[in-house]
Design a protein around this ligand. Sequence first.
Ligand SMILES: [Zn+2]
Length: 242
Amino acid sequence: MSWDFGFRRNLNDQEIEEFASLMVKLENVRSVESKPDERRRKLEPNGKFSCKSFHSFLISGGSDPIFPPAKFIWKVKVPTKVKILGWLVVLGKTNTCDVLQRRRPGSCFSPHWCILCKAQGESADHVFVHCEVANFLWKKLFWEARVDWTTPLERNDLLRENPIAFGKGKKARTLWGCGVLAVVWVIWMERNKRLFENYGGVEKEDLWERVKFWASLWVSISKEFKDYNLSSIILNWQAAVV
Ligand SMILES: [Zn+2]
């Protein structure tokens, strides 16, 4: 059998050495013509992709270091679209101005403009953490959870479990998770509405009321809060987690 490797130029000494080493390694490899190459995924014994195994991988936190908030986000009892938004935020895939500027420079006319604070450049870390609007909402959430607050450097420091927020127990964990994702959800909805609907926006205090509403609504349909109605949860989070 002859092999045509399709070299278009002479190989240098190092490349010849590497090629010789490759050929030695391939010496005992026998291709099976009846079995074409295929992608195999490690998560399933049969190598096939399944949503169930990938979901389990995300829930377990995965083995990849870029996935630390996965265990938290995918377990929070919020609608799937909210989890997906949280996940996009973690990965930096939301279409903030800095991302648009890189992907489609012509579509982003104001890369240095954050429509929420009307000052700093809009990046995911800015809009979800450092923007004065976001900062206000996080401060309120941490205050409600009775946890000291200092602004973290990046968003992923917020999108994770907090073992002391709201105290101990399942109710505390449920409320914390819903609160975190409610902040992310309200910020993004407000930002999009101002950007795409020529909408003047509301005060920060009103946004906080929305965070309280969404977080309370989501926890109210969880089994941990089955003995509480929505209005009593909204009225007093601290009382609800006792
Ligand atoms: Zn801002």
